[in-house]
Design a protein. Structure first.
Length: 336
């Protein structure tokens, strides 16, 4: 029997500009994450991936505001909790976050152990310095970091060691869900592989129960996650297994993402590179129909006039398009 640790229902969050304009960066997003599973979220810059990550933690700072929907972690609806309760009882324990540019998340004026003490004591005042040191050493050892790193300043660490340090701090309290927001984007290929291997080890050793991995590189998720959601302009446009989404994308945007990246995987490496024309829509005034219609070469007049919901496809996947699965496959086959 599956154990759902994170359930999100129709979550909508927005930014409010200094002119009072609403920008719905996360628009009616729903998802489920089971214990022991990993979910990838892919899309180009500005599609709402990082805003979704921040929103899932239920801890909002202006100009980001909660609008509607539910975020349920281990049976607790954190969207109804006060920010103080979320910070004290949810963040770090139930859900943890590795931010973009994680290497810059450390305080340059503090030794690593001092930074960790501040983090842990913000959640649990009963922890002594010895308790915290032992906890940190255990986490660091799992990630291949020597205990001596705890006594160093961030400036004394290489980029890869800083990245691993932030990851180790994020999982100190063994969170149920770890959100990794582009954790490998600023690293070389060798360091990227190391980070991915470490995240897998954390799940295998039960330091974390489940993971959400965010990236703009859709093919990368095939080697990291079980399932993938593709985002575009604040909405989910496709959900499926990693194999389905990478090797057989349905939605024209997911198809375009795969076609715009060189992929070393067998069966994809020979594919011709293609570009997605145009730019994403302005979310201050999103289009009334399909948000990808203006950039989609398969779009019809109907695509621009009515809202389009996610629809089921074969093998449990879903996608947001007016065309049937067979119609899309035929269009891709003909290249028109």
């Amino acid at each position: 029997m599956s154990n759902v640790v994170l359930e999100v229902n129709e979550l909508t969050t927005k930014y409010i500009t200094r002119f009072g304009e609403d920008v719905y960066a996360v628009d009616h997003v729903s998802l489920k994450l089971e214990e022991g599973k990993s979910l990838g979220i892919a899309g180009e810059s500005g599609c709402g991936k990082s805003t979704l990550a921040l929103s899932l933690m239920g801890y909002y700072f202006p100009p980001l505001y909660y609008t509607s929907g539910d975020i349920i972690i281990n049976g607790t609806n954190i969207s109804k909790m006060s920010p103080d309760n979320v910070r004290k009882s949810i963040l770090g324990r139930e859900i943890a976050y590795i931010p973009q540019a994680a290497m810059n998340a450390l305080n340059p004026t503090q030794k690593i152990i001092s930074f960790i003490e501040d983090v842990v004591q913000a959640h649990d005042r009963s922890k002594t310095k010895k308790d915290i040191f032992d906890l940190a050493r255990q986490s660091f050892e799992v990630l291949g970091l020597p205990a001596q790193v705890l006594q160093k300043y961030p400036v004394e660490l290489s980029g890869g060691m800083k990245q691993r340090t932030v990851i180790a701090i994020s999982v100190l309290l063994h969170p149920t869900v770890l959100i990794a927001d582009e954790p490998s984007s600023a690293l070389d290929v060798t360091s990227q592989k190391m980070v991915i291997k470490m995240l897998r080890n954390l799940m295998e050793k039960r330091f974390i129960k489940s993971m959400i991995f965010i990236t703009h590189e859709l093919p990368l998720l095939y080697n990291v996650t079980d399932d993938i959601m593709v985002m575009y302009a604040g909405q989910i446009v496709e959900k499926g297994t990693a194999k389905q989404t990478v090797f057989d994308p349905l939605h024209p945007y997911a198809k375009g993402l795969m076609g715009s990246i060189i992929v070393p995987e067998e069966g994809l490496r020979e594919a011709k590179l293609t570009a997605i024309p145009g730019v994403p829509p302005n979310l201050k005034k999103p289009p009334s129909g399909c948000r990808f219609a203006e950039r989609c070469k398969y779009a019809q007049s109907e695509c621009t006039v009515r809202s389009i919901d996610l629809r089921p496809a074969g093998q449990g996947r879903t996608y947001r398009c007016i065309f049937s699965e067979d119609e899309l496959r035929e269009a891709y086959k003909n290249g028109s």
